[in-house]
Write a protein that binds this ligand. Structure first.
Ligand code: COA
Length: 326
């Protein structure tokens, strides 16, 4: 069995920044409400010509460069997204073409905010069993295209962005130490886009009813998120026999600073060991964790030998945790 780790990371963030003040011009909200309830001050928004694949490709090129690889070295491309360029074909297929990769297996993975960690866990299996060597896992969303800018309870939360990581073989003791992922479809209607699929195909009526936009029961999700993130973090740490106080860094999904604070308090992880960029980036769903990871790696916040726990929660509901020794 070969250990799997992350060999390179990269980000693709749109240039345009939307501040809380900008949003007050569109919906009945305030900088004070958004900041105190979520920790978000600003988020990026894609330009009309940008798509999920363009952000993924920017991120992928940077991740490959860091890993010292070219697109032709890739064995698999996994694109975690719930806002693909189009329903068909996959965004991963567009990435394969635009990157100039060989005609390898490339597919999209739909697990909402947990998509990136789901993708890393899938990649790990191929690498451990030596069926693949280098796997690109991207997480990217253009949720601004699926937000209802008349619904203040959702439109202030999400931002656009993409990030990618090259997963490949590493020398132990580096690599993924433990991981586990979960889905519980009982909460499927807590965060969803009702129309545009086979259940409710697009029609004049669905457009008129604004059914192509994100709907969320935020208050209920908040409690499930705190509980799930705490539980999965404990389980993953226990699997690797590591205590929370042995962690060098905790990277939680950036959904709400209050969720992060509650989880860290329960786990006893001090704030200096917790990474947060929600103030600048908002909730970018599947891009959230890889964007954090890339920022930490490039700024030196993650160094070789560090023990890093990533934990995620999203629509489905889905959740999971991954512990890595860098
Ligand atoms: N600006 C001003 N007021 C707002 C607002 C906004 N942008 N959005 C909601 N409100 C109002 C509501 O209308 C409500 O008013 P009311 O009491 O008069 O009815 C009040 O604020 C409280 O709403 P509530 O939904 O209870 O707020 P909250 O403290 O739960 O915060 C979220 C809302 C969405 C920020 C929070 O619930 C959350 O982060 N949930 C989890 C999201 C999540 O984990 N998603 C899955 C992962 S992506």
């Amino acid at each position: 069995m070969t250990a799997a780790g992350i060999l390179g990371t990269g980000s693709g963030l749109p240039e345009k920044v939307i501040t809380n003040l900008d949003l007050t011009q569109i919906v009945d909200t305030s900088d004070e409400w958004i900041t105190t309830r979520t920790g978000i001050k600003e988020r990026h928004r894609a330009a009309p010509e940008e798509t999920t694949s363009t952000l993924c490709i920017q991120a992928a090129k940077k991740a490959l460069k860091m890993a010292g690889l070219t697109p032709r070295d890739l064995d698999i491309i996994i694109c975690a997204t719930i806002s693909p360029d189009m329903p068909l074909p996959s965004t991963a297929a567009i990435m394969q073409r635009e990157l100039g990769a060989e005609p390898i297996m490339a597919f999209d993975l739909s697990a909402a905010c947990s998509g990136f960690l789901f993708g890393v866990m899938v990649a790990e299996q191929f690498i451990r069993t030596r069926q693949a060597r280098y796997i690109l896992v991207a997480g990217a969303e253009l949720l601004s295209r699926f937000l209802d800018y008349t619904d203040r309870s959702t439109c202030v939360l999400f931002g656009d962005g993409g990030a990618a990581a090259v997963v490949g073989p590493v020398e132990e003791p580096s690599g993924i130490l433990a991981a586990e992922m979960h889905t519980d479809g009982h909460y499927a209607d807590h965060l969803y886009i009702p129309a545009g699929g086979s259940a409710r195909p697009a029609s004049c009526e669905t457009v008129r009813n604004r059914e192509h936009f994100v709907k969320m029961r935020g208050n209920e999700l908040f409690k499930i998120a705190v509980r799930s993130l705490e539980e999965v973090s404990r389980r993953v740490l226990a699997k690797a026999q590591i205590c929370p106080n042995q962690l060098d860094l905790f990277i939680p999904h950036q959904a709400n600073q209050r969720i992060t604070n509650a989880v860290c308090e329960r786990l006893g992880i001090p704030s200096e060991k917790v990474f947060s960029n929600i103030g600048r980036i908002g909730n970018t769903s599947s891009a959230s964790i890889p964007l954090c990871l890339d920022e930490c790696v490039r700024s030196g916040r993650i160094k070789k030998g560090d023990t890093v726990l990533m934990a995620t929660f999203g629509a489905g509901v889905t959740w999971g945790g991954t512990l890595i020794r860098w």
